[in-house]
Design a protein around this ligand. Structure first.
Ligand SMILES: Cc1cc2nc3c(=O)[nH]c(=O)nc-3n(C[C@H](O)[C@H](O)[C@H](O)COP(=O)(O)OP(=O)(O)OC[C@H]3O[C@@H](n4cnc5c(N)ncnc54)[C@H](O)[C@@H]3O)c2cc1C
Length: 298
């Protein structure tokens, strides 16, 4: 009647950790997704407890091996459709058209960071262009930095960065944040260039500056593009899963349960901070809770 008790959508840190815990709790588990599409693939990490440096690809490869060893099955395909039938059965359709049936579903499909597609942006990613203050602020201690964006991701990013370096400029078309954040910005030493936008990121081997649309240039060692994230919400939204107050992320409780019985979520899809440590913590809880939930159908 069912193919797997728990299906996990996503093969990143949250999904793999959920798989390890659910499978070790004796649930039958399927993980869907491509590990090379995880945000941590192709980059490295220095801020995970007990690991001073690791390439993302290394932890993902080991995570896949651990999930398999724990008893989980993996398919390198995305889900294209999810639905619930009337009898507590969840249906997941894969890219190749196969339909899997499960009792519980865990969304760990991550997020896609919004980019500006400016001249110089793609070439200088990791050489001064960053999309994540929480991940990279530490590399810019006492260096010149620029943050761009209009919303709370940009303003709170700039406020975080000013704790690492005294030299932060915020470039924004129009700042659009709540009053509390705006007051914090006003009382900080961040230089604000409002009513302007970046037209080009300048530098050969590394970022040297940003050109503004009004012709000005700001010298900088780093540019943080903090436009928030595109949620991969289509699948979850269609199932009527509740969103948080920002309407960008899935709303979950401390058991990682969504508003729908049997459906859990973990990792970046549940909102910032977008960090591996948070993703695996939430994945662990979601995996254990889903394994507990499916037992009642045996
Ligand atoms: C440049 C960069 C540097 C970073 N540096 C750090 C750092 O130093 N330290 C740190 O802690 N964090 C860092 N991060 C953040 C970290 O990568 C994320 O927080 C973490 O990967 C989130 O894990 P996740 O499992 O929630 O999502 P992801 O790792 O993004 O995984 C999402 C998974 O879902 C899959 N998926 C998507 N859609 C579907 C679908 N329809 N069906 C099935 N599967 C689907 C994807 O293929 C992927 O396997 C960095 C991120 C970036 C981009």
């Amino acid at each position: 009647m069912i193919d797997y008790e728990v299906i996990i959508l996503g093969c990143g840190p949250a999904g793999l950790q959920a798989a390890i815990h659910a499978a070790r709790a004796k649930a039958s588990v399927l993980v869907m997704g491509r590990r090379e599409n995880s945000s941590i693939s192709g980059t490295h990490m220095e801020n995970y407890f007990g690991v001073s440096y690791t390439a993302g690809e290394d932890i993902l490869r080991t995570g896949v091996e651990q999930a398999k060893k724990s008893g989980a099955a993996l398919v390198c395909e995305d889900a294209v459709e999810t639905s619930i039938d009337g009898e507590n059965i969840i249906l997941v359709k894969s890219e190749s058209g196969k339909i899997y049936r499960s009792r519980a579903l865990i969304f760990t499909i991550g997020i896609t960071r919004n980019t500006l597609n400016l001249p110089g942006e793609k070439e200088l990613v990791g050489k001064g262009v960053s999309y994540c203050v929480d991940c990279d602020a530490n590399f810019f201690k006492n260096r010149k930095t620029v943050v761009t964006g209009n919303g709370s991701a940009a303003v709170s990013g700039a406020l975080t960065l000013i704790e690492y370096t005294g030299d932060v400029s915020l470039v924004s078309d129009k700042i659009n944040v709540d009053e509390k954040l705006l007051n914090q910005l006003k009382s900080s030493s961040i230089r604000v260039f409002e009513g302007n936008a970046i037209s080009e990121i300048v530098g050969k081997e590394k970022v040297e500056g940003v050109k503004l649309k009004n012709g000005e240039t700001i010298e900088t060692d780093g540019i943080f593009i903090e436009l928030g994230a595109k949620g991969a919400m289509e699948l979850a939204g269609l199932m009527g899963i509740g969103m948080d107050d920002s309407f960008k992320y899935l709303a979950v409780n401390r058991q990682q349960e969504t508003n729908t019985p049997g459906i859990y979520a973990a990792g970046d899809i549940c909102g910032p901070p977008w960090q591996v440590a948070k993703a695996v913590g939430e994945g662990c809880v979601a995996g254990m809770e889903a394994a507990k939930y499916v037992k009642k159908f045996r």
